[in-house]
Design a binder for this molecule. Structure first.
Ligand code: F6P
Length: 521
């Protein structure tokens, strides 16, 4: 893994710590041109980062050493890119880009999905006003983001996405929805996830209790395990399958996006897929130095692995994208939060940074203090949209965008001690508190408007960025074994609570005491 480029980057990181972003702009006349890209309605600005021409050349060399070209080709060819599960990753095929057989299979599944949307519209499930989407993780975050971003207005149905096993998540929807006018969509790749199955059963009981004659006929399943859905009691025509090779966090393009297709309409769903396909083609066909997901991934690895930034922050300066940070947390942390390489060797370097973030401008009044004056290096990403998502007039939007751009500028520029002193009546302690060291990195993604096409492109950009970073790091982006142990222990705990005392053997005294306190015995 650690070839010549890796060693050179490790040494170069020492010099790069002393880089001044302001000086990089002064020294490199073509910096902005080289580090910004336009792809359809998306503009990317990577220029406010601690990477000079040499850094980028070395990162390109790292990509060559890591055989990014070959892995990228393997992804689109439908070859195994997820070795621990011996699987391909065929989410691009869901958008029509990839190996012929995978595209054909995805398009068959899409035809079934479209037919089901038409059947719902035609009243085959009774009069539907409410859609209860039940799923968790990748089976919830993507659809919830799509609905919130693109289907707030003119939605054809009222949709709730219910994920948490906490009954407080489901109950309000059950109180608000009319059981006689509700479609339950159970979304689970495995169709075994405890939270989803428990919530689905509760929703079906709610319908039955309200007198709906056969609640199962008001349910649709979206799954890669149709046999499990059959066992649950659903008929073949109510099951929308998707491929095993589509990972949960990469699945909103499949029938997992059903509630969005139902509420925004089929044309909007297709536009979303077409947008993602544009980004697929850009990623597949563009040389690494002008490839947006690759450049972003190189900088992610540069900061997290070589400059040792432990986190990366993402702020959506658009209310419609408020769920994007949560979506990216799963995409990036579940994909690349790994401690071994593809062949199982433990790594001695940092892999994915911790992704966190929020919405601008709210976050400015809450967490930006640390970004500007804290002691951590936090590469920060701003996402904004030129066209407003409301009709309140220009003032709101001008202030929103001005704040977004000003934050990036302020993080970079800072305020010198002398400038701070001039604002502090000669009080040096106050001046120290008012000083901003600046030189803090940020990237900006600017969308012309938040259309399904632009959002499709944006989300596919993040997917390919995550995959590219995994390749540079030598890890597998497509498994998630780290979620298993906790699930198994929760099951053991339930057994213990059910009276099987042998299941308590694996629990420590602290955990047993917590159980005792919560479950009284
Ligand atoms: O526990 C993590 C996880 O397996 C995610 O990877 C997945 O998106 C989520 O749970 C839900 O899984 P499923 O779609 O199989 O219910």
């Amino acid at each position: 893994m650690k070839g010549e480029a890796w060693q050179a980057l490790t040494a170069h990181a020492e010099e790069a710590r002393a880089f001044s972003l302001v000086e990089l702009f002064a020294q490199e006349a073509d910096r902005l041109d080289r580090l910004s890209l336009n792809i359809g309605p998306l503009h990317f600005d990577f220029s406010k980062t601690h990477a000079d021409a040499r850094t980028l050349a070395l990162l390109e060399k790292l990509a060559a050493d890591a055989e990014l070209d070959r892995w990228r080709a393997a992804l689109f060819a439908g070859h195994v890119v997820n070795p621990t599960e011996n699987r391909a990753a065929t989410h691009p095929a869901e958008r029509g880009v990839g190996a012929e057989a995978n595209v054909a299979a995805a398009s068959d599944a899409k035809a079934r999905m479209k037919a089901l949307v038409e059947r719902v519209d035609a009243g085959a499930f009774g009069p539907i006003r409410h859609v209860l989407h039940i799923g968790i993780g990748g089976s919830a975050l993507g659809p919830a983001l799509l609905l919130d971003a693109l289907a707030r207005q003119n939605s054809r149905h009222e949709v709730e996405v219910i994920a948490n096993i906490d009954g407080a998540a489901l109950e309000p929807a059950l109180k608000r929805f009319n059981p006689a006018e509700t479609l339950i969509v159970i979304v689970s790749k495995t169709f075994t996830t405890t939270e989803t199955m428990t919530n689905a059963e509760a929703a079906i009981d709610w319908m039955r209790a309200a007198g709906v004659a056969d609640p199962l006929t008001r349910c649709v399943a979206v799954t890669a395990a149709p046999a499990q859905a059959r066992k649950f009691g659903l008929g073949q025509e109510a099951i929308l399958p998707f491929a095993e090779t589509v990972g949960g966090r990469y699945s909103l393009w499949s029938a997992v996006g059903l509630p969005f297709a139902l509420s925004a309409g089929w044309a909007a769903f297709e536009e979303l897929l077409d947008g993602a396909a544009e980004m697929d083609r850009h990623f597949r066909d563009t040389p690494l130095a002008r490839n947006a997901p690759v450049l972003a991934a190189m900088l992610d690895v540069w900061y997290a692995t070589f400059l040792k930034a432990e986190t990366r922050a993402v702020f959506a300066y658009d209310e419609r994208l408020r769920l994007l940070p949560a979506y990216l947390q799963q995409l990036e942390m579940e994909s690349n939060g790994k401690r071994v390489t593809r062949d199982g060797t433990p790594v001695d370097y940092a892999t994915a940074a911790i992704t966190w973030g929020g919405t601008g401008t709210d976050a400015q009044h809450a967490v930006f203090q640390l970004l500007h004056q804290g002691t951590h290096l936090v590469p920060t990403e701003f996402i904004a949209v030129v066209e407003p998502g409301h009709s309140l007039g220009g003032t709101h939007h001008q202030q929103l965008l001005a704040n977004c751009f000003a934050q990036g500028a302020a993080l970079m520029r800072g305020r010198t001690f002398e400038e701070a002193l001039a604002l502090s009546n000669g009080d040096t302690a106050l001046a120290a508190a008012k000083q901003f060291t600046g030189n803090r990195p940020s990237t900006t993604v600017l969308l012309e408007r938040l259309s399904p096409r632009a959002l499709g492109m944006l989300l596919a950009f993040y997917e390919h960025r995550t995959f590219s970073a995994a390749v540079l790091l030598g890890i597998n982006a497509f498994d998630q074994m780290g979620v298993e142990l906790g699930k198994e222990m929760a099951k053991a705990m339930e057994k213990l609570l059910g009276g099987d005392t042998s299941a308590g053997a694996g629990f420590d005294p602290s955990t047993l005491a917590l159980m005792q306190r919560a479950f009284r015995g």
